[in-house]
Design a protein around this ligand. Structure first.
Ligand SMILES: *Cc1c(COP(=O)(O)O)cnc(C)c1O
Length: 474
Protein backbone atom coordinates (compact mmCIF):
# COMPACT_ATOMS: atom_id res chain seq x y z
CA UNK A 1 0.00 0.00 0.00
CA UNK A 2 1.45 3.34 -1.00
CA UNK A 3 0.84 6.59 0.92
CA UNK A 4 -1.80 7.81 -1.56
CA UNK A 5 -3.89 4.65 -1.23
CA UNK A 6 -3.37 4.83 2.53
CA UNK A 7 -4.60 8.43 2.58
CA UNK A 8 -7.85 7.49 0.85
CA UNK A 9 -8.55 4.32 2.80
CA UNK A 10 -7.50 5.72 6.14
CA UNK A 11 -9.98 8.59 5.72
CA UNK A 12 -12.70 6.05 5.03
CA UNK A 13 -11.69 4.00 8.06
CA UNK A 14 -11.74 7.07 10.30
CA UNK A 15 -15.23 7.99 9.05
CA UNK A 16 -16.28 4.44 9.82
CA UNK A 17 -14.83 4.62 13.35
CA UNK A 18 -16.68 7.89 14.02
CA UNK A 19 -19.96 6.37 12.83
CA UNK A 20 -19.30 3.27 14.92
CA UNK A 21 -18.76 5.33 18.08
CA UNK A 22 -21.95 7.29 17.35
CA UNK A 23 -24.18 4.24 16.84
CA UNK A 24 -22.74 2.13 19.64
CA UNK A 25 -25.72 2.85 21.89
CA UNK A 26 -28.01 1.05 19.41
CA UNK A 27 -26.06 -2.19 19.67
CA UNK A 28 -26.49 -4.96 22.25
CA UNK A 29 -23.91 -4.45 24.99
CA UNK A 30 -22.92 -8.07 25.29
CA UNK A 31 -22.10 -9.82 22.03
CA UNK A 32 -24.65 -12.40 20.89
CA UNK A 33 -22.19 -14.62 19.06
CA UNK A 34 -21.47 -18.12 20.28
CA UNK A 35 -18.18 -19.98 20.41
CA UNK A 36 -16.80 -20.59 16.93
CA UNK A 37 -19.24 -18.25 15.13
CA UNK A 38 -16.57 -15.75 14.14
CA UNK A 39 -14.02 -18.40 13.22
CA UNK A 40 -16.66 -20.12 11.07
CA UNK A 41 -17.39 -16.89 9.16
CA UNK A 42 -13.74 -16.52 8.10
CA UNK A 43 -11.99 -18.46 5.36
CA UNK A 44 -9.78 -21.23 6.72
CA UNK A 45 -6.90 -20.33 4.42
CA UNK A 46 -5.26 -16.93 3.85
CA UNK A 47 -5.95 -14.88 0.71
CA UNK A 48 -3.51 -15.35 -2.13
CA UNK A 49 -4.17 -12.04 -3.91
CA UNK A 50 -4.84 -8.56 -2.47
CA UNK A 51 -8.51 -7.92 -1.81
CA UNK A 52 -10.45 -4.67 -2.28
CA UNK A 53 -10.55 -2.38 0.76
CA UNK A 54 -14.36 -2.38 0.54
CA UNK A 55 -14.44 -6.13 1.11
CA UNK A 56 -12.33 -5.86 4.22
CA UNK A 57 -14.56 -3.06 5.54
CA UNK A 58 -17.68 -5.11 4.79
CA UNK A 59 -16.35 -8.01 6.88
CA UNK A 60 -15.24 -5.65 9.64
CA UNK A 61 -18.84 -4.49 9.84
CA UNK A 62 -20.64 -7.79 9.39
CA UNK A 63 -18.29 -10.26 11.11
CA UNK A 64 -16.13 -8.36 13.59
CA UNK A 65 -18.55 -5.81 15.10
CA UNK A 66 -21.17 -8.41 16.12
CA UNK A 67 -18.36 -10.31 17.83
CA UNK A 68 -17.57 -7.47 20.24
CA UNK A 69 -18.91 -6.98 23.74
CA UNK A 70 -19.31 -3.23 23.50
CA UNK A 71 -17.29 -1.95 26.44
CA UNK A 72 -17.52 1.63 25.10
CA UNK A 73 -21.34 1.38 25.36
CA UNK A 74 -22.79 3.71 28.02
CA UNK A 75 -24.78 0.77 29.47
CA UNK A 76 -21.64 -1.30 30.02
CA UNK A 77 -21.32 -1.66 33.80
CA UNK A 78 -19.32 -4.90 33.81
CA UNK A 79 -15.75 -5.70 34.89
CA UNK A 80 -14.22 -2.19 34.96
CA UNK A 81 -14.27 0.83 32.64
CA UNK A 82 -11.97 0.13 29.71
CA UNK A 83 -12.22 3.56 28.17
CA UNK A 84 -10.64 4.39 24.83
CA UNK A 85 -10.79 8.16 24.53
CA UNK A 86 -10.65 9.27 20.93
CA UNK A 87 -7.87 11.74 21.79
CA UNK A 88 -5.70 8.80 22.85
CA UNK A 89 -6.77 6.86 19.75
CA UNK A 90 -5.20 9.64 17.68
CA UNK A 91 -1.97 9.16 19.61
CA UNK A 92 -2.15 5.44 18.89
CA UNK A 93 -2.60 6.18 15.17
CA UNK A 94 0.42 8.47 15.26
CA UNK A 95 2.43 5.77 16.99
CA UNK A 96 1.48 3.17 14.36
CA UNK A 97 1.94 5.55 11.46
CA UNK A 98 5.43 6.55 12.53
CA UNK A 99 6.47 2.90 12.70
CA UNK A 100 9.27 3.61 15.13
CA UNK A 101 11.43 0.93 16.67
CA UNK A 102 12.17 1.29 20.36
CA UNK A 103 15.08 -0.95 21.17
CA UNK A 104 17.53 1.64 22.45
CA UNK A 105 17.70 5.39 22.98
CA UNK A 106 19.55 5.61 19.66
CA UNK A 107 16.81 3.82 17.73
CA UNK A 108 14.35 6.57 18.67
CA UNK A 109 15.40 9.23 21.20
CA UNK A 110 11.91 10.78 20.94
CA UNK A 111 10.25 7.54 22.01
CA UNK A 112 12.44 7.38 25.11
CA UNK A 113 12.26 11.01 26.08
CA UNK A 114 8.54 11.57 25.44
CA UNK A 115 7.96 8.51 27.63
CA UNK A 116 10.20 9.95 30.36
CA UNK A 117 8.31 13.23 30.24
CA UNK A 118 4.76 11.85 30.20
CA UNK A 119 5.56 9.38 32.98
CA UNK A 120 6.73 12.35 35.00
CA UNK A 121 3.61 14.37 34.10
CA UNK A 122 1.47 11.44 35.25
CA UNK A 123 3.50 11.18 38.46
CA UNK A 124 2.75 14.81 39.22
CA UNK A 125 -0.91 14.42 38.33
CA UNK A 126 -1.46 11.68 40.93
CA UNK A 127 0.58 13.49 43.59
CA UNK A 128 3.57 11.14 43.84
CA UNK A 129 6.85 12.74 44.99
CA UNK A 130 9.71 13.28 42.56
CA UNK A 131 11.61 10.32 43.97
CA UNK A 132 9.67 8.02 41.61
CA UNK A 133 10.76 7.17 38.07
CA UNK A 134 8.32 5.57 35.67
CA UNK A 135 7.92 3.60 32.50
CA UNK A 136 4.98 2.32 30.47
CA UNK A 137 4.25 -1.41 30.37
CA UNK A 138 1.54 -3.14 28.39
CA UNK A 139 -0.46 -4.20 31.42
CA UNK A 140 -0.52 -4.22 35.21
CA UNK A 141 0.10 -7.98 35.03
CA UNK A 142 3.50 -7.35 33.43
CA UNK A 143 4.21 -4.59 35.95
CA UNK A 144 3.43 -6.95 38.82
CA UNK A 145 5.65 -9.69 37.36
CA UNK A 146 8.47 -7.16 37.01
CA UNK A 147 7.99 -6.08 40.63
CA UNK A 148 8.03 -9.72 41.78
CA UNK A 149 11.33 -10.29 40.02
CA UNK A 150 12.76 -7.11 41.59
CA UNK A 151 11.68 -8.33 45.03
CA UNK A 152 13.17 -11.76 44.40
CA UNK A 153 16.53 -10.31 43.34
CA UNK A 154 16.60 -7.95 46.31
CA UNK A 155 15.89 -10.77 48.75
CA UNK A 156 18.56 -13.03 47.21
CA UNK A 157 21.20 -10.31 46.72
CA UNK A 158 21.07 -10.84 42.94
CA UNK A 159 20.76 -14.61 43.02
CA UNK A 160 20.13 -14.47 39.24
CA UNK A 161 23.87 -13.93 38.75
CA UNK A 162 24.56 -17.23 40.52
CA UNK A 163 22.35 -20.31 40.79
CA UNK A 164 19.07 -18.36 40.99
CA UNK A 165 16.22 -19.82 43.03
CA UNK A 166 17.56 -23.29 42.21
CA UNK A 167 20.30 -22.65 44.72
CA UNK A 168 18.40 -20.59 47.28
CA UNK A 169 18.82 -21.81 50.86
CA UNK A 170 15.39 -20.84 52.10
CA UNK A 171 12.04 -20.29 50.40
CA UNK A 172 11.07 -16.69 49.58
CA UNK A 173 7.56 -15.71 50.66
CA UNK A 174 4.95 -13.40 49.06
CA UNK A 175 2.16 -11.75 51.10
CA UNK A 176 -1.12 -10.66 49.57
CA UNK A 177 -4.83 -11.32 50.13
CA UNK A 178 -7.51 -13.45 48.59
CA UNK A 179 -9.03 -10.19 47.34
CA UNK A 180 -5.94 -9.36 45.22
CA UNK A 181 -6.14 -9.60 41.45
CA UNK A 182 -5.39 -12.99 39.90
CA UNK A 183 -2.35 -11.44 38.20
CA UNK A 184 -0.63 -11.17 41.59
CA UNK A 185 -0.72 -14.91 42.14
CA UNK A 186 0.23 -15.49 38.51
CA UNK A 187 3.23 -13.17 38.83
CA UNK A 188 4.39 -14.96 42.00
CA UNK A 189 4.13 -18.32 40.25
CA UNK A 190 5.94 -17.10 37.12
CA UNK A 191 8.70 -15.45 39.17
CA UNK A 192 9.39 -18.83 40.74
CA UNK A 193 8.13 -18.27 44.29
CA UNK A 194 5.89 -21.35 44.16
CA UNK A 195 2.29 -21.70 45.30
CA UNK A 196 3.38 -22.99 48.73
CA UNK A 197 5.05 -19.65 49.42
CA UNK A 198 2.13 -17.34 48.69
CA UNK A 199 0.36 -16.24 51.88
CA UNK A 200 -3.20 -14.98 51.75
CA UNK A 201 -3.14 -12.64 54.72
CA UNK A 202 -6.45 -12.47 56.67
CA UNK A 203 -8.69 -9.51 55.84
CA UNK A 204 -11.19 -7.34 57.61
CA UNK A 205 -14.44 -9.20 56.86
CA UNK A 206 -16.37 -6.03 55.98
CA UNK A 207 -13.87 -4.03 53.91
CA UNK A 208 -11.80 -7.01 52.72
CA UNK A 209 -8.68 -4.95 53.39
CA UNK A 210 -5.53 -6.71 54.59
CA UNK A 211 -5.14 -6.79 58.37
CA UNK A 212 -1.69 -5.37 59.15
CA UNK A 213 -1.51 -7.18 62.51
CA UNK A 214 -2.10 -10.46 60.68
CA UNK A 215 0.58 -9.53 58.14
CA UNK A 216 3.18 -8.92 60.86
CA UNK A 217 2.22 -12.15 62.62
CA UNK A 218 2.62 -14.21 59.42
CA UNK A 219 5.97 -12.59 58.63
CA UNK A 220 7.31 -13.45 62.08
CA UNK A 221 5.99 -16.97 61.82
CA UNK A 222 7.71 -17.44 58.45
CA UNK A 223 10.97 -15.96 59.73
CA UNK A 224 10.88 -18.26 62.74
CA UNK A 225 10.43 -21.19 60.37
CA UNK A 226 13.53 -20.15 58.39
CA UNK A 227 11.76 -18.68 55.34
CA UNK A 228 12.58 -15.28 53.81
CA UNK A 229 9.70 -12.80 53.56
CA UNK A 230 10.39 -11.12 50.21
CA UNK A 231 7.34 -9.39 48.78
CA UNK A 232 4.16 -7.69 49.97
CA UNK A 233 1.53 -6.70 47.41
CA UNK A 234 -1.00 -4.08 48.46
CA UNK A 235 -4.20 -3.83 46.45
CA UNK A 236 -5.41 -0.26 46.18
CA UNK A 237 -8.83 -0.85 44.67
CA UNK A 238 -9.32 -4.58 44.28
CA UNK A 239 -11.16 -5.81 41.21
CA UNK A 240 -13.93 -7.48 43.20
CA UNK A 241 -15.18 -4.80 45.56
CA UNK A 242 -12.57 -2.00 45.22
CA UNK A 243 -11.09 -3.00 48.58
CA UNK A 244 -8.30 -0.73 49.82
CA UNK A 245 -5.42 -2.35 51.67
CA UNK A 246 -3.89 -0.12 54.39
CA UNK A 247 -0.78 0.97 52.49
CA UNK A 248 0.71 3.05 55.30
CA UNK A 249 0.66 0.18 57.81
CA UNK A 250 1.94 -2.22 55.19
CA UNK A 251 4.77 0.15 54.29
CA UNK A 252 5.75 0.29 57.99
CA UNK A 253 5.80 -3.46 58.07
CA UNK A 254 7.80 -3.67 54.83
CA UNK A 255 10.38 -1.24 56.21
CA UNK A 256 10.62 -3.00 59.58
CA UNK A 257 11.29 -6.40 58.03
CA UNK A 258 13.13 -5.22 54.89
CA UNK A 259 10.53 -6.51 52.42
CA UNK A 260 9.68 -5.15 48.94
CA UNK A 261 6.25 -3.47 48.83
CA UNK A 262 4.41 -3.27 45.51
CA UNK A 263 1.19 -1.24 45.24
CA UNK A 264 -1.25 -2.56 42.65
CA UNK A 265 -3.59 0.33 41.87
CA UNK A 266 -4.41 -0.82 38.33
CA UNK A 267 -8.00 0.39 38.44
CA UNK A 268 -8.00 2.91 41.31
CA UNK A 269 -4.87 4.76 40.19
CA UNK A 270 -7.15 6.92 38.02
CA UNK A 271 -8.88 8.12 41.20
CA UNK A 272 -5.56 9.50 42.43
CA UNK A 273 -5.87 12.18 39.76
CA UNK A 274 -8.39 13.61 42.25
CA UNK A 275 -6.70 15.07 45.35
CA UNK A 276 -9.75 14.19 47.47
CA UNK A 277 -9.17 10.47 46.79
CA UNK A 278 -5.46 10.30 47.61
CA UNK A 279 -6.05 9.41 51.26
CA UNK A 280 -6.98 5.99 49.85
CA UNK A 281 -3.31 5.24 49.18
CA UNK A 282 -1.92 7.14 52.16
CA UNK A 283 1.59 5.82 52.77
CA UNK A 284 2.34 5.04 49.12
CA UNK A 285 5.63 6.94 49.41
CA UNK A 286 6.86 4.07 51.58
CA UNK A 287 6.39 1.52 48.78
CA UNK A 288 9.11 0.28 46.40
CA UNK A 289 6.98 0.06 43.27
CA UNK A 290 3.55 1.22 42.13
CA UNK A 291 1.53 0.44 39.05
CA UNK A 292 -1.71 1.73 37.61
CA UNK A 293 -3.53 1.63 34.30
CA UNK A 294 -4.46 4.82 32.46
CA UNK A 295 -6.09 2.28 30.09
CA UNK A 296 -8.88 1.63 32.54
CA UNK A 297 -11.03 4.35 34.06
CA UNK A 298 -8.91 7.33 32.93
CA UNK A 299 -9.38 6.23 29.33
CA UNK A 300 -6.04 6.11 27.51
CA UNK A 301 -6.63 3.31 25.05
CA UNK A 302 -5.22 -0.14 25.91
CA UNK A 303 -2.42 -0.90 26.37
CA UNK A 304 -1.00 1.65 28.76
CA UNK A 305 0.07 0.67 32.26
CA UNK A 306 2.34 2.92 34.31
CA UNK A 307 5.02 1.36 36.49
CA UNK A 308 7.03 3.46 38.95
CA UNK A 309 10.00 2.48 41.07
CA UNK A 310 12.00 4.39 43.66
CA UNK A 311 15.29 2.78 42.72
CA UNK A 312 15.79 2.55 38.95
CA UNK A 313 19.38 1.44 39.59
CA UNK A 314 18.12 -1.82 41.08
CA UNK A 315 15.62 -2.26 38.24
CA UNK A 316 18.30 -1.81 35.60
CA UNK A 317 20.73 -4.09 37.37
CA UNK A 318 18.14 -6.87 37.41
CA UNK A 319 16.79 -6.37 33.89
CA UNK A 320 19.72 -5.23 31.80
CA UNK A 321 21.58 -7.08 29.14
CA UNK A 322 24.07 -5.43 26.85
CA UNK A 323 24.22 -7.10 23.47
CA UNK A 324 27.09 -5.65 21.43
CA UNK A 325 24.86 -4.62 18.51
CA UNK A 326 22.98 -2.20 20.78
CA UNK A 327 26.06 -0.41 22.06
CA UNK A 328 26.11 3.34 21.38
CA UNK A 329 28.14 6.40 22.28
CA UNK A 330 25.39 7.77 24.55
CA UNK A 331 25.18 4.72 26.85
CA UNK A 332 25.50 5.93 30.40
CA UNK A 333 23.88 9.30 29.67
CA UNK A 334 20.46 8.11 28.53
CA UNK A 335 17.58 5.92 29.63
CA UNK A 336 17.46 2.52 27.94
CA UNK A 337 13.91 1.37 28.54
CA UNK A 338 14.78 -2.17 27.39
CA UNK A 339 16.46 -2.42 30.80
CA UNK A 340 13.26 -1.40 32.61
CA UNK A 341 11.21 -4.48 31.81
CA UNK A 342 10.96 -7.72 29.89
CA UNK A 343 10.58 -6.86 26.16
CA UNK A 344 13.36 -5.49 24.02
CA UNK A 345 11.32 -3.81 21.26
CA UNK A 346 8.75 -1.28 22.42
CA UNK A 347 6.03 0.72 20.73
CA UNK A 348 5.71 4.47 21.05
CA UNK A 349 2.97 4.10 23.70
CA UNK A 350 3.75 7.43 25.29
CA UNK A 351 2.08 9.19 22.36
CA UNK A 352 -1.30 7.88 23.52
CA UNK A 353 -0.93 9.60 26.86
CA UNK A 354 0.62 12.70 25.30
CA UNK A 355 -2.30 13.13 22.89
CA UNK A 356 -4.85 12.24 25.58
CA UNK A 357 -3.56 14.79 28.09
CA UNK A 358 -3.01 17.53 25.53
CA UNK A 359 -6.28 17.14 23.60
CA UNK A 360 -8.78 16.22 26.33
CA UNK A 361 -7.05 18.09 29.15
CA UNK A 362 -6.77 16.94 32.74
CA UNK A 363 -9.57 19.29 33.85
CA UNK A 364 -12.14 17.51 31.69
CA UNK A 365 -10.81 14.09 32.66
CA UNK A 366 -11.11 14.99 36.35
CA UNK A 367 -14.65 16.30 35.87
CA UNK A 368 -15.70 13.05 34.26
CA UNK A 369 -14.19 10.97 37.08
CA UNK A 370 -16.02 13.10 39.64
CA UNK A 371 -19.30 12.67 37.73
CA UNK A 372 -18.77 8.90 37.79
CA UNK A 373 -18.17 8.97 41.55
CA UNK A 374 -21.31 11.03 41.99
CA UNK A 375 -23.33 8.63 39.81
CA UNK A 376 -22.09 5.66 41.83
CA UNK A 377 -23.02 7.42 45.10
CA UNK A 378 -26.47 8.18 43.69
CA UNK A 379 -26.98 4.52 42.80
CA UNK A 380 -25.77 3.41 46.25
CA UNK A 381 -28.34 5.71 47.87
CA UNK A 382 -31.15 4.25 45.77
CA UNK A 383 -30.09 0.71 46.69
CA UNK A 384 -29.96 1.53 50.38
CA UNK A 385 -33.40 3.13 50.30
CA UNK A 386 -35.04 0.24 48.44
CA UNK A 387 -36.62 -2.60 50.44
CA UNK A 388 -35.09 -6.03 49.70
CA UNK A 389 -32.01 -4.51 48.05
CA UNK A 390 -28.68 -4.35 49.88
CA UNK A 391 -25.24 -2.88 49.36
CA UNK A 392 -22.77 -5.72 49.77
CA UNK A 393 -19.57 -3.70 50.17
CA UNK A 394 -18.51 -0.17 51.05
CA UNK A 395 -18.64 2.09 47.97
CA UNK A 396 -15.07 3.41 47.99
CA UNK A 397 -15.04 4.60 44.37
CA UNK A 398 -17.25 3.87 41.37
CA UNK A 399 -18.14 0.22 41.91
CA UNK A 400 -21.44 -0.54 43.66
CA UNK A 401 -21.92 -4.13 44.83
CA UNK A 402 -25.57 -5.10 45.21
CA UNK A 403 -27.92 -7.96 45.99
CA UNK A 404 -31.64 -8.43 45.61
CA UNK A 405 -32.88 -10.47 48.54
CA UNK A 406 -36.44 -11.74 48.14
CA UNK A 407 -37.88 -12.81 51.52
CA UNK A 408 -36.94 -16.33 52.54
CA UNK A 409 -34.11 -16.74 50.04
CA UNK A 410 -30.58 -17.39 51.18
CA UNK A 411 -27.57 -19.62 50.55
CA UNK A 412 -27.57 -21.40 47.21
CA UNK A 413 -31.11 -20.35 46.39
CA UNK A 414 -30.06 -16.71 46.67
CA UNK A 415 -27.03 -17.34 44.45
CA UNK A 416 -29.29 -18.97 41.85
CA UNK A 417 -31.67 -16.01 41.95
CA UNK A 418 -28.79 -13.52 41.62
CA UNK A 419 -27.20 -15.24 38.64
CA UNK A 420 -30.63 -15.61 37.00
CA UNK A 421 -31.40 -11.88 36.99
CA UNK A 422 -27.92 -10.87 35.91
CA UNK A 423 -27.98 -13.40 33.08
CA UNK A 424 -31.38 -12.12 31.98
CA UNK A 425 -30.04 -8.56 31.78
CA UNK A 426 -26.87 -9.57 29.99
CA UNK A 427 -28.77 -11.72 27.50
CA UNK A 428 -31.16 -8.87 26.76
CA UNK A 429 -28.29 -6.73 25.47
CA UNK A 430 -29.76 -3.68 27.23
CA UNK A 431 -26.96 -3.51 29.80
CA UNK A 432 -24.03 -5.58 30.96
CA UNK A 433 -23.02 -6.45 34.53
CA UNK A 434 -20.47 -8.87 35.89
CA UNK A 435 -21.30 -10.85 39.01
CA UNK A 436 -18.48 -11.94 41.32
CA UNK A 437 -18.12 -14.40 44.14
CA UNK A 438 -17.14 -12.58 47.32
CA UNK A 439 -16.59 -14.55 50.49
CA UNK A 440 -18.44 -17.53 49.01
CA UNK A 441 -21.55 -15.59 47.92
CA UNK A 442 -22.44 -14.32 44.43
CA UNK A 443 -22.95 -10.58 44.34
CA UNK A 444 -23.46 -8.18 41.43
CA UNK A 445 -20.98 -5.45 40.70
CA UNK A 446 -22.12 -2.28 39.00
CA UNK A 447 -18.94 -0.65 37.75
CA UNK A 448 -19.76 2.92 36.70
CA UNK A 449 -17.25 4.84 34.58
CA UNK A 450 -17.59 4.32 30.83
CA UNK A 451 -16.74 7.63 29.17
CA UNK A 452 -20.20 7.83 27.54
CA UNK A 453 -22.19 6.94 30.68
CA UNK A 454 -24.36 9.73 32.09
CA UNK A 455 -26.77 9.91 35.01
CA UNK A 456 -29.75 8.92 32.86
CA UNK A 457 -27.98 5.69 31.91
CA UNK A 458 -27.45 4.84 35.57
CA UNK A 459 -31.11 5.62 36.24
CA UNK A 460 -32.13 3.36 33.34
CA UNK A 461 -29.93 0.61 34.75
CA UNK A 462 -31.49 0.91 38.21
CA UNK A 463 -34.98 0.60 36.69
CA UNK A 464 -33.92 -2.35 34.56
CA UNK A 465 -32.28 -4.14 37.46
CA UNK A 466 -35.31 -3.77 39.74
CA UNK A 467 -37.80 -4.85 37.08
CA UNK A 468 -35.70 -7.82 35.99
CA UNK A 469 -35.00 -9.10 39.49
CA UNK A 470 -38.66 -8.72 40.48
CA UNK A 471 -39.70 -10.73 37.43
CA UNK A 472 -37.52 -13.75 38.26
CA UNK A 473 -39.57 -16.39 40.10
CA UNK A 474 -38.04 -16.78 43.57
C1 LIG B 1 -7.37 -4.84 36.00
C2 LIG B 1 -6.51 -5.12 37.15
C3 LIG B 1 -5.29 -5.79 37.01
C4 LIG B 1 -4.82 -6.37 35.71
O1 LIG B 1 -4.69 -5.42 34.75
P1 LIG B 1 -4.04 -5.76 33.32
O2 LIG B 1 -3.50 -4.44 32.90
O3 LIG B 1 -5.17 -6.23 32.48
O4 LIG B 1 -3.01 -6.80 33.50
C5 LIG B 1 -4.51 -5.97 38.13
N1 LIG B 1 -4.90 -5.51 39.32
C6 LIG B 1 -6.06 -4.87 39.50
C7 LIG B 1 -6.42 -4.36 40.86
C8 LIG B 1 -6.92 -4.65 38.43
O5 LIG B 1 -8.06 -3.97 38.61
Amino acid sequence: MNPEAFRKEAHELIDWICDYRQRIEDMPVRTRVGPGDIRGALPATPPEEPEPFADVMRDLESIVVPGITQVQHPMHFGWFPSNASLASVLGDFASSGLGTLGISWESCPALTEVEEVVCDWMRQLVGLSDSWKGTIHDTASTACLTAMILAREKATDYGETRGGLQQADSPLVVYTTEEAHSSVRKAALLAGFGADNIRNVPMDPHTRAMRPDALAALIEQDQAAGAVPAMIVASVGSTGITAMDPVEDMADCARRYGIWLHVDAAMAGSAMLLPECRHLWQGVEGADSVSWNPHKWMGTILDCSLFYVRDPGHLVRVMSTNPSYLRSGEDGEVTQYRDWGIPLGRRFRALKLWFHLRLDGIGAIRRRLRDDLENARWLAEQVEAEPRWTLEAPVTLQTVCVLHRPPGLDGEALDTHTLAWVDAINRSGAAFLSPAKIGGRWIVRVSVGVEATERHHVEALWNLVRETAAGIPA
